[in-house]
Design a protein around this ligand. Sequence first.
Ligand SMILES: [Zn+2]
Length: 423
Amino acid sequence: MSQGISQSSQLSEEAVKGSIGNSDLISTVNSRLILEAVRTLGPTYRAQIARKTNLNPATVTGIVNELLEREMLLEVPAESEVSGRGRPPQILQINADAKNILAIDIEPDRIRVAVLNLLLEVKEYSERRVDRFSGPKPIWQQILDLCNEVSSGTGITPLQGIGVSLPGLIDVEQGVLLGSTNMPKMVDVPIRELLEKEFTAPVYLERSMHLASLYEAWVRVDGFKGSTMVITHRTGIGMSLMRGGELYLGSRGYDGEIGHTVVDLNGERCECGGRGCLETFVSASAICKRVNQMLAEGRCEAIRRACDGGAELHPELVFRLAKADDADCVEVVREVGRYIGIAVANMMNVLAPDEVLICGSIDVADELVLESVSEQIQQRALPRIRENVVVRLAAAKELSPLYGAAVLVAKRLFELPKLSHAQ
Ligand SMILES: [Zn+2]
C-alpha cells in the first residue's frame, strides 16, 4: 500500500511526510483516492481506477475489496454486457444511498432544507420564506419545521452529517453565526450546538458564498487549474474565488464582501452602516425600493396587477416579469446587472480570473443579467484582463450554496486529508 501513496502525484509533501510509518493515514489516503476516482469517473472498472490514481493494480484490488466490505462501493454487472453470455464483467460505483446528508441553506429571507444521498442527488426538498428581521427563536423554529418536513418522507437516517450554509460572518471552529448584515438580530447564534441537540451527526458550517464555489469545484471533474470568481446574488451579494478547485480564504474566512464595496461616494446608507455600497443598488430590499419608486411614478403596471392579485413584491417577481419582457422590469434588472457588472469589472482588474460565475435568485432573468454584466466587463475591465474570460451561470444556480452545504459533508469521504478553514 505504501507503494501506492508514493506513486500518487496528488499528495502534498506534508501529507507524505506526515504519513511515514503511519499505515492508517496511508490507507485513508488511498481509500479516498479510489473513492474520488470512482466519483469523478462514474461507474468504472478497477483498471480505470488504477490508471486514474496511479496506484498499482494490486493496491487497487485490496482497497476496493475493503470498500466493498464497508459498503462504500457497490459492484454491479456492467449494463451493456448484461445480455451477453456468461458472467458479465462487474463494474464499481459509489454506494450513494448508503447514507444521507442533511443540507440547510439559510439565506436571509429564505430557508432551504434538503436530504441528499452521498452523490448529492436530492431525495427530499423544502423551502420557505422567512422574515429576515426576526430573531433567532422564530428563525430556528422555521428551520426545525423544514427539517421535520424533509424527514417525514423516506426519513433521513442513517445520517452521514449535516452541512449548513450561512449568511454573514461565522466562527467555523465554534460553529457559531457571529452576525449577518442582512439578519440583524441573528447575533452569536450557536448553530452547531442547536443542531446537535436535534440530530446525532457531525455538523459543518460555512459561508454561503464559499459554498457556491465549493459546489463548483465538486462538479468540475475536468481538473480545471484556472481561477474562478463566483458571485452569489441573493438577499445580499457575495463573492468567492477559487484556483484549481481550491477556495481562497481571507483572514478568518471573512473575505468576499463585495456587497460592501463602494460604488457611489455619496450614495444611500447601507445596512452595514456604510454609504453607497453595492448592496444599496442590488440587494433584495434595494430592488423592492426601486420598484416602489417606479410604482409611485405610475410605472410597473404588471407588478401592480400581480400585487393586486395577491403576489408579494419580491425581486423574483420582478425577474420573472423581466423574463416575460415587461419593459419596466427589464429596466430594473438591467440596472441591477449594470451595478453587479461594475463591481465585477473592478474585482477582475484586481484578481484577473479566468471565469466569472453568477448564481442567485436573479438566475430567473439569467440572459438579461449576464448581458449587462458582460457589457460592463467589456467597458471597464482592462483589455488583456477581460480577454477570453468566460462569464456564465453557476452549475446549480440559486441552489449552489445548498448543494455546497452538502459538499461540506460529502467531501470528507472523498478528499485527501489536509488542513484548511473550510474543513
Ligand atoms: Zn454596506
